[in-house]
Structures are given as structure tokens and as C-alpha cells.
Design a protein around this ligand. Structure first.
Ligand SMILES: Nc1ncnc2c1ncn2[C@@H]1O[C@H](COP(=O)(O)OP(=O)(O)OP(=O)(O)O)[C@@H](O)[C@H]1O
Ligand SMILES: [Mg+2]
Length: 461
């Protein structure tokens, strides 16, 4: 039993200095007591999660010490104090992985532990459950959709390219009007926007396109990249080991399309655990410093692991998707333009709404591959009516364009390069404009007052 007011400490210190540390912490007047001497990080985490201590004193060089275990210690309500007595201090690395305090000698340790104890507690799950990361300047767009290959990857790629092209040049015909889409003026306006995009020349904004689909990653093969590039998993490993510099992140994300860097996905779904946790969150944060837009292709499955909720520390099968959704400024939900695709989309919107993860209310619903062959004459109206009735949303429509998309598959390129006149390309360009509009309105001071300002196509409660 420990006296009231005594701080319980878990000790994971390497080498002969360990006994000195334990003795120093246990001295009269230190107001701390060592409750567990741990041989390694695994034992430390087990002791922390069993509630055996409120602070952890660790060697700065403890094998495995990184962002993820530190986040787990915080989750267990344990402050982390590193003993870093090497001639070359690694204070920056320790700070980057979330260590709370650093002592440069054994003598400093009792005071460091006490100081940490008196500071207000860190929100235990701050790393993993924050609703939206807002560091840096880039905006994160998560592209999600239910099973059945509705076009998540296609949407993520084409949205990335359209965002990189920058906002459309001023349009003398005025802003597009939904009512005019089927009219001559609407058609002229769309054609005008497409040609203005085509004339713009090189990319004007920077985009990071990341593949976080841990079931069927396909961004890299779709764009002809080699499988063995470390991509997103490499960036996550780098973030787990210490500060992730923008330059290092850029090395994992080669420029693959005009203005678009690609963080390729994992090579095999069995390696899903490589994409989860606090280090992946750190990659999203840092990507915002690398680019104006971060577009994340996600997997279709949303279930949180049985009996576990998102904010536990165990790696979650769907952690990459849930983390990207939680970090997103805008969620783009993609469904297929056929009866089964629409049915799954309606269910998927319910699943999204029921997620135990705080999500942005800024969502755009896209119905892809809209065609008369699957929904009958007047397919655009039919899809709109169905989604208004069963989901209360006004979707964004992308036409079926097998010629354009097949050319993309054949050449490994985006529509802007292999089929510039593609109707699907024009629709994805409009989608990018809509994403920009939402983000712009969200940034205006008045928008903070209402989460729904200016977002025409949202899920109605
Ligand atoms: N608008 C479109 N017109 C024609 N074909 C399309 C369209 N959008 C996507 N496709 C084609 O549909 C197929 C599936 O698209 P995609 O890979 O983007 O789906 P996904 O949702 O990412 O699938 P997965 O579940 O495998 O990740 C691809 O062959 C793609 O070229
Ligand atoms: Mg895909």
C-alpha cells in the first residue's frame, strides 16, 4: 500500500544505473515510490495498463520506445519521464514521440516526476480520438464508400488531380446552378469549366494522395508504381521512431501525377497493422505541412473491433480508415450508381452516422457510374429521387465513363492525361470545386456558428 499523496512510479531503466534510479526515487522526501521494476517496454506497458503506476521513468534508449507506446502509456493515465544522460541529448526526438519530461541525470529525476505529477493531466486519448487535426495548412479529405468497388480509388485519384489543378478561373457565365445542369446553359457552363481546366497548364496546388485501404490497396498499382516502395507504411514507421520531417515524408511520397505526391498503400492486406495508431495520425498531421490537400483513399469496412472501441490502444483492423475519417475536414462518401450500390450507400451512410468516432459534419455524397442501363431512363433524376427519399441527401453525380476510365487503367494515368474530354473528369472537377467551397465556407468566421452553413448535400438527421 502506498501513502496518500505518494506518486507511484514504474521504472524501465537499462543497465547498472537502474538500481541507482530506484534508490534515488525511493529516498525519504522524494514523495515517490517505485511500484514496479520492468525489464522491458512490454512489461512496462502491461504494468501501466494494469494501473500499477502513475508515472513511468524510462531510459531514453529503451528499445521500442516510440510514439505508439508513449500514447499507450498516456492512455493508461501514466506520465512518461525519460532519463537521457548521454553526452548528445536526444531531447527533440523524445519530445516528438510524446515524452512528457526529460531528466539529464539521476538526481533530477525525483523533481521531474513531481513536476509532471502536478501538471494538469493530458487528455488520455488526445492522440487518437481528436475529432479533426488542424495543424499545418493542408486540408484532409477522406474518401470512403461501402463494399462493392463503387469507385473510392477512382474518386480519390481524380479528386486529387482536380484539386492540384487549382480553383477554376473566373467564369463570366456566373456560378453553376444546379437547375441549369440539364439545360443548354448548364451544358455550356460545364464545357467551359472543363476547357478552362484544360488550359490552365501545370498544377497550381500541392496534393498528397494516400492509400489507407487495408483491404484492397490499389492506388500504386493503378498508377503504375512499383509495389516495393515503402509509401505510407514507411512514413508511419518513420513517424513511430521520432519526429517526421517534411523532407522525409516527401521521400516516401513520390510525385506521380501533376502536383500529386502518392503515399502508396501496404503490399498485402495481412500487413494491416502497419497502418494504425498515433504514428499514422502523425503522418496525416505532417502531410498537411507538405501539401495544400491530403486526399485519403480508405477501406470499405467501418466496424470497430469487437468489445473494443476506437480509443483503446490495441491496433484495430479498421484503424486506418477510422483514423482518416476522424482526421478529415471533409468526408466524401462514394456509392455505385446501380440498385445494389445505392442500397449499400444508404446503409453505409447510416453506418457512418453510428460510428463511435467524432466525424466532421462536412460530407459530400457521390454517386458514381450513373447510367440508364442500371436505373432506367432519366438516371440522374432517378438516383436523386431515391437518395432524397431513403437517405435525405442530394448527391453529387458522376456519369459512367468506361472509355475514359479504361484508358486510365491501360495507361496508368489520370483522366486529365489520357482522356481530357471525359465526362467523368468534368464531374470530378466539379466535385473538387465543391470541396473547395465547403472548406472556404468552413474557414469563414460566420461558418463556425453553424456546422451546416453552405453545405447543400449533407445527411439530414
Ligand atoms: N465513372 C466511372 N465510369 C466507368 N468506370 C468507372 C468509373 N469509376 C470507376 N470505374 C471503374 O470501376 C472499377 C472500380 O473502381 P475503383 O477501383 O475506383 O473502386 P473502389 O471502390 O476503389 O474498389 P475497391 O473496393 O477494389 O477498392 C475500376 O475498374 C474503375 O476503372
Ligand atoms: Mg479502391
Amino acid at each position: 500500500m502506498t501513502a496518500a499523496g505518494t506518486i507511484t512510479v514504474l521504472c524501465a531503466v537499462l543497465g547498472p544505473v537502474e538500481s541507482t534510479v530506484v534508490r534515488r526515487l525511493g529516498e525519504a522526501g522524494a514523495a515517490v515510490t517505485v511500484t514496479r521494476r520492468c525489464a522491458d517496454l512490454t512489461e512496462l506497458l502491461a504494468a501501466a495498463e494494469a494501473g500499477s503506476g502513475r508515472a513511468a521513468v524510462v531510459s531514453a534508449t529503451l528499445p521500442g520506445l516510440g510514439r505508439e507506446p508513449v500514447a499507450r502509456l498516456h492512455q493508461a493515465g501514466v506520465r512518461v519521464i525519460a532519463l537521457d544522460d548521454a553526452p548528445e541529448p536526444s531531447t527533440e526526438r523524445l519530445g516528438a514521440i510524446g515524452v512528457d519530461a526529460v531528466a539529464r541525470s539521476v538526481h533530477e529525476l525525483p523533481a521531474a516526476v513531481r513536476d509532471e505529477h502536478t501538471r494538469p493531466p493530458t487528455a488520455p486519448d488526445a492522440d487518437l480520438t481528436r475529432p479533426r487535426a488542424r495543424t499545418g495548412r493542408g486540408r484532409l479529405i477522406a474518401v470512403w464508400g461501402p463494399v462493392g468497388a463503387p469507385g473510392r480509388t477512382t474518386t480519390a485519384i481524380e479528386l486529387s488531380v482536380a484539386l492540384a489543378e487549382g480553383p477554376p478561373a473566373p467564369d463570366r457565365t456566373g456560378p453553376p446552378r444546379r437547375s441549369g445542369r440539364g439545360s443548354l446553359r448548364g451544358r455550356l457552363s460545364r464545357a467551359g469549366r472543363a476547357s478552362r481546366r484544360a488550359r490552365r497548364g501545370g498544377p497550381r496546388e500541392q496534393v498528397v494522395l494516400a492509400d489507407a485501404d487495408t483491404y484492397g490497396p490499389s492506388v500504386a498499382p493503378r498508377l503504375g508504381l512499383l509495389d516495393d516502395s515503402a509509401g505510407l507504411a514507411g512514413a508511419v514507421r518513420a513517424a513511430a521512431a521520432g519526429p517526421l520531417e517534411v523532407e522525409s515524408l516527401a521521400r516516401h511520397a513520390p510525385v506521380t501525377l501533376p502536383g500529386v505526391r502518392v503515399l502508396g498503400g501496404i503490399v498485402r492486406p495481412a500487413r494491416w497493422a502497419e497502418l494504425s495508431g498515433a504514428a499514422l495520425d502523425a503522418v496525416w498531421d505532417r502531410s498537411r505541412d507538405l501539401a495544400d490537400w491530403v486526399v485519403v483513399d480508405t477501406g470499405p469496412v467501418l466496424e470497430t473491433d469487437e468489445l473494443l472501441s476506437y480509443d483503446t490502444r490495441a491496433p484495430q483492423r479498421n484503424g486506418a480508415t477510422l483514423g482518416a475519417l476522424a482526421a478529415a475536414d471533409v468526408v466524401v462518401v462514394v456509392g455505385g450508381g446501380d440498385p445494389i450500390g445505392l442500397h449499400r450507400l444508404v446503409r453505409g451512410l447510416d453506418d457512418l452516422a453510428a460510428l463511435p468516432v467524432p466525424l466532421t459534419p462536412d460530407r459530400l455524397v457521390v454517386v458514381n457510374r450513373v447510367r440508364a442501363a442500371t436505373v432506367g431512363d432519366g438516371p440522374r433524376g432517378a438516383v436523386r429521387t431515391a437518395l432524397a427519399r431513403f437517405a435525405g441527401v442530394d448527391p453529387f453525380l458522376v456519369p459512367d465513363d468506361p472509355a475514359g476510365l479504361d484508358a486510365g487503367l491501360l495507361t496508368g494515368r489520370a483522366l486529365s492525361e489520357c482522356a481530357p474530354g471525359s465526362p467523368a473528369r468534368t464531374a470530378f472537377g466539379d466535385l473538387a470545386d465543391q470541396v473547395r467551397r465547403i472548406v472556404r465556407e468552413r474557414m469563414s468566421p460566420r461558418a463556425e456558428a453553424s456546422p451546416w452553413v453552405g453545405i447543400p448535400n449533407r445527411r439530414h438527421a
